[in-house]
Ligand binder design. Structure first.
Ligand SMILES: *Cc1c(COP(=O)(O)O)cnc(C)c1O
Length: 231
């Protein structure tokens, strides 16, 4: 077995263990393999081991990889901050965007999503860490943004995403993830039907699964330490 295949198996084992520990069905949690900075060959190795969904943060790098792997039948999720002038490439090449944080971006994506493709799946990224983080919208702005996204053609709002501040404190992390779940439940109470909580990474996926994660985004534990910093 390749290193990537055995690491993938270990991550799947962690997901299954955490799910069982918290009375959840492991099949309700999908694994997004975060392949940013890794070459197409690493993605192929993961795909050969059964992995279908991959996450990317940098538009140019991702678009080249998606083209190189067009024969492989993979799902691509954009998970990093997205500049408006790059939205067209995401609208054309990806199945999901996890980092929606403004209405203007949703309006652009809606106009740019080709009518020949299924709707682009969206998660709104929420800042659940207060001043300890800058990414995502603040919780009080969530209802208004969700209302603005709902009904835009070519888009389908699926749920919420968060990246809590790095911490070894499992209690703190669980409180952040619980907050995202409560915000999702609040929107569903207002008539949305959101089925996705994108939360949990290599070091905190257990805490996220304990609080209801349906997608965990895992890079390092599958591909190894990222070896070079990105601009
Ligand atoms: C890089 C990244 C991940 C993966 O992080 P690891 O710690 O390598 O598992 C997950 N989510 C987002 C938004 C990322 O940018």
């Amino acid at each position: 077995m390749t290193t990537i295949a055995s690491r993938l198996q270990a991550v799947r084992g962690r997901i299954a263990d955490a799910a069982r520990r918290h009375g959840r069905n492991p099949e309700d949690i999908s694994l997004l393999a975060v392949s940013k900075t890794w070459p197409a060959a690493a993605v192929r190795a993961a795909a050969a081991a059964g992995q279908r969904s991959f996450g990317e943060n940098y538009v140019q790098e991702a678009v080249a990889k998606i083209a190189a792997l067009a024969d492989a039948g993979l799902d691509w999720h954009f998970i990093g901050p997205l500049q408006s002038n790059k939205s067209g490439e995401v609208a054309m090449a990806f199945q999901w965007l996890h980092s929606l944080d403004r209405a203007k971006l949703a309006q652009r994506l809606s106009r740019q999503r080709p009518a020949t493709l299924p709707a682009l799946n969206l998660c709104i990224q929420v800042n659940v860490s207060g001043e300890a983080s800058k990414s995502g919208i603040d919780p009080p702005a969530l209802d208004a943004l969700a209302d603005q996204v709902a009904g835009l053609p070519g888009l389908r709002l699926r749920g919420l995403m968060c990246v809590p501040e790095p911490s070894d404190d499992a209690v703190l992390l669980r409180s952040r993830f619980a907050r995202l779940r409560e915000l999702r439940d609040g929107l569903n109470g207002r008539g949305f039907a959101l089925d996705t909580l994108s939360m949990g990474m290599s070091h905190d996926l257990e805490a996220a699964i304990a609080e209801g994660a349906t997608i965990v985004r895992v890079g390092t534990a599958i591909f190894g330490e990222r070896v070079y910093p990105r601009p």
